[in-house]
Ligand binder design. Structure first.
Ligand code: 13P
Length: 250
C-alpha cells in the first residue's frame, strides 16, 4: 500500500509572515488521510518546524549538497536539513537542473547523501516541450530515472516526481493519457530495477496542479500524490488539493 503524499514546494517564496500559511494548513488538517509535506525556503525550515510541533505536517528542503560538510559557501548539507527539522528533500528539480547545471550524476550523489542523513529524497524528472514534441518523453524520463536513482534507493527513502517542464507554472497540464503513460513507464522501470521496493515507491505528478484539476489527476493510475508549486503557497489552495487527495481512490 502506497501512502498518498501531497508536497508543497514553495521555491524562492516566503518570508516570516508566510509562516502563518503553514500554521493555517496544519489547523485545517489535524489528522489527514494522506501525508502532507511543506518545503519552504531553507531560511524558514527551523522556524516552521517549531511552529508545527505536534502537527501532522512534515517538512522538507528544496536541495542539499552531496558532501557531509566542507568549504562549499552557500550550500546546505543533508544533515543541516535534518538538524533544522526536515524529513524530506526535493532533488533534481528542473529549475535546479536548469539554473545550476545539475546533472543526473549530481542528483544521484545528492540523493545518496540525503539517504545517509536519513532524509526521504523526492527525485524530480521531466521532459521539455521540444522533447515531448519529438516523441522522446519516455526515453528522457527513463534516462533521468536510471541516472538519478542512487544505489540503496527504496520505497521508504525515495519518492519520484514526474514534472513535465512545460507544465510548471504555465497553467498547462498533460492529458490524463499522457500522465498515465509516463507514470506507467516509470512504475515498470522501478519494478524492473528494484522489485517490490519499486512497486512500493510513490510516484507524484507535478506541474500546474490546482484545486480545479487535482481530483482528475489523482484518479489516474499510479499517481500517488502531487508536487505542488504555486498552489501550495496559500493554505486554502493547498488544503483543497489535500482534500482531493484524501478523497482519491486507493
Ligand atoms: P507549479 O505547481 O507552480 O506549476 O510548480 C510545479 C513545481 O515545479 C513543483 O515542484
Amino acid at each position: 500500500m502506497r501512502r498518498k503524499l501531497a508536497v508543497g514546494n514553495w521555491k524562492m517564496h516566503g518570508l516570516s509572515p508566510q509562516l502563518g500559511e503553514a500554521e493555517a494548513l496544519s489547523e485545517r488538517h489535524p489528522d489527514p488521510a494522506c501525508e502532507i509535506v511543506l518545503c519552504p525556503p531553507a531560511t524558514l525550515i527551523s522556524r516552521m518546524w517549531e511552529l508545527l510541533i505536534g502537527s501532522a505536517i512534515h517538512l522538507g528542503g528544496q536541495d542539499c549538497h552531496h558532501a557531509d560538510q566542507g568549504a562549499h559557501t552557500g550550500d546546505i548539507s543533508a544533515a543541516m536539513l535534518v538538524d533544522a527539522g526536515a524529513e524530506y528533500v526535493i532533488l533534481g528539480h528542473s529549475e535546479r537542473r536548469h539554473d545550476h547545471g545539475e546533472t543526473d550524476a549530481h542528483v544521484a550523489a545528492k540523493a545518496a547523501a540525503a539517504h545517509s542523513a536519513g532524509l526521504v529524497a523526492i527525485l524530480c524528472l521531466g521532459e521539455t516541450e521540444a522533447e515531448r514534441d519529438a516523441g522522446r518523453t519516455i526515453a528522457v524520463v527513463g534516462d533521468q530515472l536510471a541516472g538519478s536513482l542512487p544505489e540503496g534507493a527504496s520505497a521508504a527513502n525515495t519518492v519520484i516526481a514526474y514534472e513535465p517542464i512545460w507544465a510548471i507554472g504555465t497553467g498547462r497540464t498533460p492529458t490524463r493519457e499522457q500522465i498515465a503513460e509516463v507514470h506507467g513507464a516509470l512504475r515498470a522501470r522501478l519494478s524492473d530495477r528494484l522489485g517490490s521496493e519499486g512497486d512500493g515507491m510513490r510516484l507524484l505528478y507535478g506541474g500546474s496542479v490546482k484545486a480545479e484539476n487535482a481530483r482528475e489527476i489523482f484518479a489516474i493510475p499510479d499517481v500517488d500524490g502531487a508536487l505542488v508549486g504555486g498552489a501550495s503557497l496559500k493554505a486554502g489552495d493547498f488544503s483543497a488539493i489535500v482534500e482531493a487527495l484524501e478523497a482519491a481512490p486507493a
